[in-house]
Design a protein around this ligand. Structure first.
Ligand code: NDP
Length: 259
């Protein structure tokens, strides 16, 4: 099935893991977006070689960009470059994927760990969304834009996690304590809800998406899902988003996760 994602897309943290696979599947889709902005911390560095090769293979489709979610200057510069490159200034889909996890027990977790993870996983998506908002607004309001909300009109997808669920914490906590990560992603969910209410009037859909437990550097080799299957599911969910999904927390199969 072809995940329909016409328009332009920006993915943060796109040099490895789920972000890289998102860019790969978007490039290789039979109905690819018009443009993919693949953002990462160090697009010229050794950890972005696979992404650079992908961009070389699809030069008309992919632009790599430097964007560190903890560095306001790089976010603003990326937004400026995207604005320059977009024909009509319209960005249709922003995927806030970049994140870190510092696992450990309560004894291992201090202010430094809490703040570092919160800055990357919560403040980062807030700043990125804020900086790209003019481009998302242009997409949502351009002549001929559909009246229903969707990723083809304008949308922000925040990559969250099952571990953000307060209701399901008792099922998952003991095998994965992860204080900073869980707290940062629960806060990301609230950010998602706030943005979804705030941007509804602009016609911009904001939601949160759990990719499943995935074989990446973060998920580890024992994870049951491959990046291919997770991202295939994520793109199916993203491409079918509509008004009813404003502010939702869904998993890669489209199932709702309780807050
Ligand atoms: P990885 O650790 O494999 O990749 C993380 C990506 O985020 C890398 O590209 C990394 O770049 C980037 N990143 C980290 N910090 C920053 C920053 N400050 N600015 C920009 N980019 C940054 O993680 P996954 O691919 O597994 O995770 C992707 C998303 O999915 C995350 O939001 C994660 O929380 C979520 N998720 C993952 C699960 C899993 O099982 N894998 C489960 C649930 C949710 P760099 O190479 O520069 O470090």
């Amino acid at each position: 099935m072809c995940a329909r994602l016409s328009g332009s897309v920006l993915v943060t943290g796109s040099n490895r893991g789920i972000g890289l696979e998102l860019v790969r599947q978007l490039c290789e889709s039979p109905c690819p977006p018009t443009h993919i902005f693949a953002a990462c911390r160090d697009p010229d560095g050794p950890n972005a070689k696979v992404l650079r090769d992908l961009a070389l293979k699809h030069p008309q489709l992919v632009t790599t960009l430097c964007l560190d979610t903890t560095n306001q200057g790089t976010i603003a510069e990326a937004a400026r470059l995207v604005g320059d490159q977009l024909k009509d200034g319209s960005l249709n889909l922003l995927i806030n994927n970049a994140a870190i996890n510092i696992p450990g027990s309560l004894a291992d977790t201090g202010e430094k760990e809490m703040m570092e993870v919160f800055l990357t996983n919560t403040v980062g998506p807030m700043l990125v969304t804020k900086e790209f908002l003019p481009h998302l607004r242009t997409a949502a309001s351009r002549p001929g834009a559909q009246s229903e909300m969707s990723c083809r009109r304008a949308a922000v997808v925040n990559v969250s996690t099952l571990f953000s669920s307060i209701q399901r914490c008792h099922e998952t906590f003991l095998r994965a304590p992860m204080y900073p990560y869980r707290v940062s992603k629960a806060a990301l969910n609230m950010l998602t809800r706030c943005l979804s209410e705030d941007l509804r009037a602009d016609g911009i859909l904001v939601m949160a998406l759990h990719p499943g437990w995935v074989q990446t550097d973060m998920g580890g080799p024992q994870a049951p899902l491959s990046t291919e299957d997770s991202v295939k599911g994520m793109l199916n969910v993203i491409s079918s988003l509509s008004d009813q999904h404003v502010g939702a927390l869904l998993d890669w199969e489209g199932k709702s996760i309780p807050w």
